[in-house]
Design a protein around this ligand. Sequence first.
Ligand code: AMP
Ligand code: MG
Length: 339
Amino acid sequence: METKLLTTSEKDINTAGGIIADGGLVAFPTETVYGLGASAFDIGAAKKIYAAKGRPSDNPLIVHIADKLQLSDIAAEIPNEAKIVIDKFMPGPITVILKKKPSVPDTVTAGLQTVAIRFPSNETAQRLIKAAGVPIAAPSANLSGKPSPTTAAHVIADMTGRIDAIIDGGACDVGVESTIVDFTGDKPEILRPGGVTYDDLKAVGLDIIINKNILKSIGANEVPKSPGMKYKHYAPNAEVTVVEGEKDAVQKKIKELLKGVDGKTAGVLAMYGAEYDDAVILTAGESNREYAKNLFSALREFDNLGVEIVFAEFCEKDGYGLAVKNRLYKAAAQRVIHV
Ligand code: AMP
Ligand code: MG
């Protein structure tokens, strides 16, 4: 299949909207990561998403809207606490899980009776959803298991020949996927941390809990609340180890670890711009906000540079820390050294 490269011009957005309306697949920028979109009401189109990504069929998609009026086409009911979140944080980097209307196909929700809904703030994403004339079902636009794409170049690397079109809208602002909050249980629960933080949600009066699986791997016999939790994620080819703690202790430890890499090409994902000998250094940025924005891009870049072992400096500093940690620990297959 030939994959068209599109810009954010009105003509190109209309072309992309037409492709979605006709049952095709378009990758598009959002404020979090690039999404791989299809019409949310077209079963055949949704199936193509799973095939293009190599995504397991039991891992549901997020339905993207560009107008709050579309909520009533998708959600069967909206509890009061969800209304507060929708009111305060949408459009923005947050996804709400609600009971679904029967009109939402099982292929989109992977057979669940609940549906994930998001209203992105990215203008290109909003224009595309409006041009398509339907809500857009979309997971991240990477091959399953790879780091999520935060530039069109990342999507081109993974999806060329597999989808109809890619819209280049530049680099994503947040850099990690949306915060997912489940409103179908006893209390609202964060299933995935992201750009809207736990503190942001507490600040609007929500009695909210954080799912216990956010910072660990799922046991073989556990059934996770979010199907995506049980799959391998964000895995670069390099073996990643997180070294977590205060600056001096982290840097001392990484210098020691670099001595034992045994001729392998080593890299450091650096918060503080340290000088390490014999290592490829990529910058994560000193704040956790910057770290979130740079993380996936850096993981892909280490692979492109042939780096085999990566040590990631990490220190939890602000509300974005949980979102960074969740992705970083997964990328490292839970290899974390606390110093
Ligand atoms: P992605 O944005 O590619 O990471 O994929 C969407 C994420 O949303 C996956 O981790 C899914 O497991 C999660 N998700 C989608 N729908 C639901 C749902 N109804 N309940 C819980 N999690 C969901
Ligand atoms: Mg994903």
